[in-house]
Design a protein around this ligand. Structure first.
Ligand SMILES: [Zn+2]
Length: 438
C-alpha cells in the first residue's frame, strides 16, 4: 500500500464520495483532493493529468468526510457489549457507575488515548463525549484528545442526586460541580486552535436538580459552549422524571423551564416524545443525537425518525458507547436502518424514515456537523472546509475477496453500512493531520 501523507499539504488521487451542503452528492470516480499547508481543502474535483504531479495515487480507496459521533461515554467503553436488554437504570447501576467511579486521572491517562485511536480506526473524526464526575480525569481526556489530534467535544458529568460520588457533602455538590465545570470550560473550550470544545454535561433529569440544570445552562451560555444531556430514552426513566418533576408538562419541559434548550443543546435519544415535545424541540432549535445501536441494545425503544425529520428536527448520529455496543458510526447506521424497517413492518413507519444508504452517510457526517454548528468547517468534502477526511478500502466490505467492489455510489455506501469491516478505514485525518488508529 502506498504511504499515506501524515501532514498537510498533500494531494490524493482517489474516488471522492461526499454529501454536499446544497443537498447534492459528490461522486468523483477518479478524483483529486488537494489540501493546503493549513489543513484546508483547496481542490475537490476530477483528476486531470495536468492537475498535480505530486498527488499520491491511493485508488481504489474512497475518500469521504470523517464521521461525527454526537454521543459517547469515555469511561464506559471497557464494558461495551455487556448487559444487553437490561433496563437503563439497572444497567447503569450494574455495569456503568462502577466504571465511572473508578475513572480517575490515571485510568483516563491510560484509556482515553486508546479510545480516541478506536474512534479514528472506526472512521470517526469528531466525537462528542461524556467523561466521568471527576474534573482531573476530564482534564486528562482533553489532554489525550489534544495530543491525538481528533476533534472533540467533552464534558465533566454533573450529578447532584442519584450520584456515584460518595465522598462529597450533599450541600456542596452543586457548587463544587459548577465550579469544576466552569474551570474546565475556561481551560479547554476553543483549545487546540478551536479543535476542542467544552460541553456542560448534566447527566439527565433523574440525577440533577432543577438548580443544577439551570446553572449549568447559564454557564454554557456564558462560555458559548455546548450543553448536553439525555432525553426520554427509556420508559422507566421517563416515569421517574415525571415523579421527580411533577410541575413539568413533560420530560422536555424539565429542560425547557430552566432555559436549557437551544441550538447549542445536544439531547441524546429523544425516543418517547409527545407531539408537543417534537414541536417544541424543533421550535427551540435544540439538537438530537440519534443512538439506534444503543436503543436496540438496551431495548429502550425505536425512534420515529421519519416523523422527526418531516417536522424539521436537527438530528445526527451517536454511538452511545457503551450502551451502544460499537464505536463505529457505520454500525450505528445499520442499527438505524434496521429500526426503521421494523417500524415499517409493524405499521408504525414513515416514508421519510426509509433512508437510502447515502442518506445515512449524510446523517453521520454533514448532518452531525450541522448539529454542532460546525458545518462551515467540516462534514463534507468541499473546497474551503478543513480536511477531516477518511480513506476507506471498499474491498474489505466485499462478500468474497475475489470480487470487485460495486461501482454505484449507493451500493458502495450500502456495503459500508451493512457489511462494515474493522479494517475498512485505512486512514483518518483531522485538518489534514493523520490520526493514530493503532
Ligand atoms: Zn448516553
Amino acid at each position: 500500500m502506498t504511504t499515506l501523507p501524515a501532514a498537510p499539504p498533500f494531494a490524493l488521487r482517489a474516488r471522492l464520495l461526499s454529501p454536499l451542503a446544497d443537498g447534492g452528492l459528490l461522486d468523483e470516480r477518479d478524483g483529486l483532493l488537494e489540501v493546503d499547508a493549513s489543513g484546508r481543502m483547496v481542490g475537490v474535483g476530477p483528476w486531470s493529468d495536468a492537475a498535480s504531479a505530486s498527488a499520491v495515487d491511493v485508488r481504489p480507496l474512497v475518500l469521504m468526510p470523517g464521521m461525527v459521533d454526537l454521543h459517547a461515554h469515555l469511561p464506559q467503553i471497557p464494558n461495551a457489549g455487556l448487559g444487553s436488554g437490561l433496563d437503563l437504570l439497572t444497567w447503569l447501576d450494574r455495569y456503568i457507575f462502577p466504571l465511572e467511579r473508578a475513572y480517575d486521572r490515571s485510568v483516563a491517562e491510560r484509556q482515553a488515548p486508546a479510545a480516541f485511536r478506536a474512534f479514528a480506526a472506526a472512521g470517526t473524526t469528531t466525537v462528542v463525549a461524556y467523561a466521568a464526575l471527576w474534573p482531573d480525569s476530564t482534564d486528562a481526556a482533553f489532554a489525550a484528545a489534544e495530543e491525538h489530534g481528533i476533534r472533540a467535544v467533552i464534558g465533566k458529568v454533573m450529578m447532584d442526586r442519584l450520584t456515584y460520588d460518595g465522598d462529597i457533602e450533599p450541600g456542596e455538590i452543586l457548587e463544587t460541580s459548577l465550579r469544576q465545570s466552569d474551570a474546565l470550560a475556561s481551560r479547554w473550550h476553543g483549545a487546540a486552535d478551536g479543535r476542542l470544545h467544552y460541553a456542560f454535561t448534566p447527566r439527565f433529569a433523574v440525577s440533577c436538580t432543577e438548580e443544577m440544570l439551570r446553572e449549568s445552562a447559564l454557564l454554557a451560555a456564558h462560555h458559548g459552549a455546548y450543553w448536553q444531556t439525555h432525553l426520554s430514552e427509556d420508559a422507566g426513566e421517563v416515569s421517574e422524571v415525571r415523579r421527580l418533576f411533577p410541575e413539568a408538562r413533560d420530560y422536555l419541559d424539565v429542560y425547557d423551564r430552566v432555559g436549557a434548550l437551544g441550538t447549542r443543546s445536544i439531547l441524546a435519544h429523544a425516543i418517547h416524545l409527545s407531539e408537543r415535545e417534537v414541536a417544541r424541540l424543533v421550535e427551540s432549535g435544540s439538537r438530537v443525537a440519534h443512538c439506534p445501536g444503543s436503543n436496540l441494545f438496551l431495548s429502550s425503544g425505536m425512534m420515529p425518525l421519519g416523523a422527526y425529520r418531516a417536522a424539521g428536527m436537527s438530528v445526527g448520529l451517536g454511538s452511545d458507547v457503551a450502551a451502544g455496543p460499537e464505536v463505529s458510526i457505520f454500525s450505528v447506521m445499520r442499527a438505524g436502518a434496521v429500526t426503521q424497517r421494523v417500524l415499517e413492518l409493524t405499521g408504525k413507519g414513515d416514508s421519510a424514515g426509509m433512508l437510502r444508504p447515502l442518506d445515512w452517510i449524510r446523517l453521520g457526517s454533514l448532518d452531525g456537523a450541522r448539529v454542532l454548528g460546525l458545518d462551515a468547517d467540516i462534514g463534507s468534502l468541499e473546497v474551503g472546509k478543513e480536511a477531516d477526511v477518511i480513506a476507506i478500502d471498499p474491498r474489505f466490505t466485499n462478500p468474497l475477496p475475489t470480487d470487485d467492489p460495486p461501482s454505484a455510489a449507493d451500493d458502495v455506501a450500502s456495503r459500508l453500512i451493512f457489511r462494515p469491516h474493522p479494517n475498512m478505514v485505512r486512514a483518518a485525518w483531522v485538518r489534514g493531520r493523520l490520526l493514530d488508529r493503532g
